[in-house]
Design a binder for this molecule. Structure first.
Ligand code: HOZ
Length: 430
């Protein structure tokens, strides 16, 4: 029988680092990545037959749990009709209609294959629409691995960022300004000095790539005002939060706090594909009409709107609209957070949690971080030990402190109880 270790060794011979996406290599936490053979409901099994309660859910898409029978049936039916046509299908229209029904800020949507592609295209669209080059992003927000977005902050507010990856020429990021998340004064200053050149502000409204950090309501409000004042577009990257934190995505939560609030462009992925490679960007008609073939902003893809992926995404989107779905999902996530908090308190371990819908985060800290530097200041030792103590007890958390966690509709109260019991044991050993 293959072991995780033997597979990892074999994988490293033919795949850089043994993985097709870096965080899967367990470098942040150390140890051997688990090679997954199958998954069902809330569980995954590795090559050694060990079962795990899965709190990654493919990094967000598996909101229904793995292998939901209705999704499986839709995918099987679609596959029998053909894997890919490179020509339009009716199901693409259905999925577009379904997305737009749930996202009032958007009138049209374009389907693509990955969150990276959607984010990159959204920026090109914002630049094409405004005729401007500069973009603002926030430290700790991840919008995929497009060149212009692999940037860290420059030495001062007025300076543009530096590439965070080799292979990205500095000229490519010279138009990207990286600011501090939740810092209103900084973005005000950026607009005051460069507002006429800014095409868009891009944000993860609930950031899931620095654990789980919310943008404050006043921060979102101020960005909206500044974008309106200077004619820039506000881009909500909801690849993680979309249809995951609420049926109407994070924007519906901010619209609740700020009546009438809407972003200009929204970026989706993960849940809208239900586990298949599918993502999207969506906006008002006047913005979307700049896209080829209607307008001058080019974007295309052989697998865009793939018939099997759209079957998976469409069925997933329909199922999460069942009455009570999000209430039940939120209740389960809250129950997990309450259990973890209680267990940590009993063990005298400082722990704070936050969650929304089926997405959560936790920090070994007394105060929830508001931005990337505060997240970084937490240190990873405790998390890394906790991660392995949980893994050894069959609970699979994201293998890095900087990632959010996900609960699915398939997680039962028994799974939560088991997780909390495992955590109580782990906290005592920290
Ligand atoms: N982009 C994901 C981390 N936030 C990793 C995706 C993966 O490794 O599957």
């Amino acid at each position: 029988m293959s072991t995780n270790a033997s597979l990892f060794e074999r994988a490293q011979r033919v795949i850089p680092g043994g993985v097709n996406s870096p965080v899967r290599a367990f470098r942040a936490v150390g140890g051997t990545p688990r090679f997954i053979t199958r998954a069902k409901g809330a569980y995954m099994w590795d090559a050694e037959g060990q079962r795990y309660i899965d709190y990654i859910g493919s990094w967000g898409p598996m909101i229904l749990g793995h292998g939901h029978p209705e999704v499986l049936e839709a995918v099987q039916r679609a596959a029998l009709d053909g894997f890919s046509f490179g020509a339009p299908t009716e199901r693409e229209i259905e999925l577009a209609e379904e997305i737009l029904k749930l996202v009032p800020s958007a009138e049209q949507v374009r389907l693509v294959s990955s969150g990276t592609e959607a984010g990159m295209s959204a920026i090109r669209l914002a630049r094409g629409f405004t005729g401007r080059s500069k973009l603002i992003k926030f430290e700790g927000c991840y919008h995929g691995h497009a060149d212009a977005l692999l940037v860290k902050a420059g030495s001062g507010l007025a300076t543009f960022g530096h590439p965070t990856s080799a292979g990205v020429p500095p000229e490519v990021v010279q138009h990207t300004l990286v600011l501090e998340y939740n810092n209103i004064a900084q973005i005000e200053e950026a607009f005051a000095t460069q507002g006429q050149d800014i095409a868009c502000v891009m944000i993860e409204p609930i950031a899931g790539n620095m654990n789980f950090v919310r943008a404050s309501v006043p921060f979102i409000k101020r960005i909206r005002e500044l974008c309106d004042q200077y004619g820039a577009l506000f881009v909500f990257d909801e690849v993680m939060s979309g249809f995951r934190v609420a049926l109407g995505s994070a924007q519906s939560i901010y619209a609740h706090a700020l009546p009438g609030f809407q972003p200009d462009i929204s970026v989706f992925g993960k849940v809208i594909g239900g586990g298949m490679p599918l993502a999207a960007f969506a906006a008002r008609r006047d913005i979307m009409s700049k896209l080829a073939p209607l307008g001058p902003v080019y974007q295309a893809g052989t697998l865009s709107g793939n018939p099997v992926a759209t079957a998976c995404g469409l069925t997933t989107l329909k199922l999460i609209q069942r009455p009570g779905f999000f209430e039940a999902l939120s209740a389960r996530t809250h129950s997990l957070m309450a259990g973890l908090t209680g267990a940590a308190q009993q063990a005298g371990v400082p722990l704070l949690t936050d969650c929304q819908g089926g997405m959560f985060g936790f920090f070994f800290a007394d105060k929830l971080p508001q931005h990337y530097q505060e997240v970084m200041a937490k240190g990873t030792d405790k998390f890394n030990r906790f991660f392995h103590l949980m893994l050894d007890q069959g609970v699979y958390l994201a293998p890095a402190m900087y990632e959010a966690g996900f609960v699915s509709a398939a997680h039962t109260e028994l799974d939560i109880t088991h997780t909390v019991t495992a955590a109580a044991q782990a906290f005592r050993q920290l």
